[in-house]
Design a protein around this ligand. Structure first.
Ligand code: FES
Ligand SMILES: [Fe+2]
Length: 338
């Protein structure tokens, strides 16, 4: 039964920001992680249980209405999730189907699960805390395109940083020469003019660069087209068009655990080199993210300042300027810096 959830008492977000973010879909797990057992996650400071039923994935507050036990410590039995404390069972619609201590009891109205929105898309489980929301989870078309090999970047890494700072760093094109000289950047730090235009649910930024893997002979001579598709609030999909025609796609889906803690769900897809080991691509992606994380975890304030007066912007920062404007438009406050 859908019931609007209120802001958790331990929320690290300002109230209006929490409400705005609760209307959107956020990643909480990779689909392959969600097997027979329920799992407990934290999203926007809310404890959430996620589980798999024959009718699809489900999410609810990780709290049984009987005595507050954590349902994520329970189990799935047939169609039902079963509470670990007194064994009450709940079906995929959230209805209580069994009270073992009193099987004939009339089930009190309040004894049910207030389900959140929960969907699988692109190999990721997405949750939306607002059951009235009309938003949809971000698209990842390459995940269902047979031309692409799709590789989740596991294990999932936690960043001691806000999701906004993480996503902005993923879309920042002016840091390559400074942060990634050991992995993929060439030495020239100059950012050519690039375009940012409105996207379906955010923005699209197109950037031509001669970024290449270090050691690629003559990488400077090539042009690599990088197209960022940003889906508000915290997911970006980068399509890198290689000089030879191949495409490498990185889905960067940041989960706002709290205002200052982010779990990063990243997936890489490529339409070439299918015979090469996927472990190499995962290790490489972890190295690159490790370089970013060292910077982002040191940024202050930890939250992304949505007010454009708070930091300094140059032409090379067009994507982040537009990103901050859009975050303001979806309702994040001028002082998204709790
Ligand atoms: S606390 Fe869940 S059944 Fe009692
Ligand atoms: Fe980076």
């Amino acid at each position: 039964m859908p019931v609007t959830i209120s802001i958790p008492r331990e929320s690290t977000f300002p109230g209006s920001d929490w409400t705005a973010l609760s209307r959107h879909w956020h990643p909480v797990a990779f689909c392959h992680e969600l097997c027979a057992a329920p799992i407990g996650v934290r999203l926007l400071d809310v404890r959430v249980v996620v589980w798999r039923t024959p009718d699809g994935v489900r999410a609810a507050p990780d709290l049984c209405q009987h005595r507050g036990a954590s349902l994520s410590q329970g189990r799935v039995s047939g169609r039902d999730i079963v509470c670990p404390y007194h064994g009450y069972a709940f079906d995929p619609s959230g209805r209580c189907t069994h009270i073992p201590s009193q099987p004939d009891a009339l089930v009190p109205r309040k004894l049910c699960l207030n389900l959140f929105g929960c969907r699988e898309q692109g190999g990721i489980v997405w949750v939306c805390l607002d059951p009235e929301s009309t938003e949809t989870p971000p698209e990842f078309p390459e995940a269902v395109d047979p031309a692409f090999q799709v590789v989740p970047v596991t294990p999932v890494i936690e960043w001691q940083a806000s999701a906004g700072r993480q996503v902005e760093s993923f879309c920042d094109v002016a840091h390559f020469a400074f942060v990634h000289p050991q992995t993929f950047a060439v030495k020239d730090p100059v950012v050519p003019r690039y375009e940012v235009r409105p996207g379906d649910r955010g923005l699209v930024a197109e950037f031509e660069s001669h970024v290449g893997n270090v050691g690629d002979a003559g990488a400077e001579r090539f042009r690599w087209r990088r197209v960022y598709h940003l889906h508000l609030p915290f997911t970006a999909r980068l399509v890198v068009h290689f000089p030879g025609g191949g495409r490498l796609v990185i889905l960067n889906a940041a989960s706002p655990v709290s205002a200052r803690l982010t779990r990063l769900f990243a997936v890489v897809a490529r339409d070439f080199d299918h015979d090469k080991p996927v472990s190499d691509i995962v290790a490489f992606q972890h190295r690159v993210y490790g370089e970013d994380r060292a910077i982002v975890e040191g940024q202050h304030p930890e939250e992304l300042p949505v007010d454009l007066h708070d930091e300094v912007h140059l032409r090379a920062d067009r994507t982040s300027v537009e990103y901050r404007r859009l975050l303001a438009r979806i309702g994040l406050g001028r002082h998204f810096t709790s």
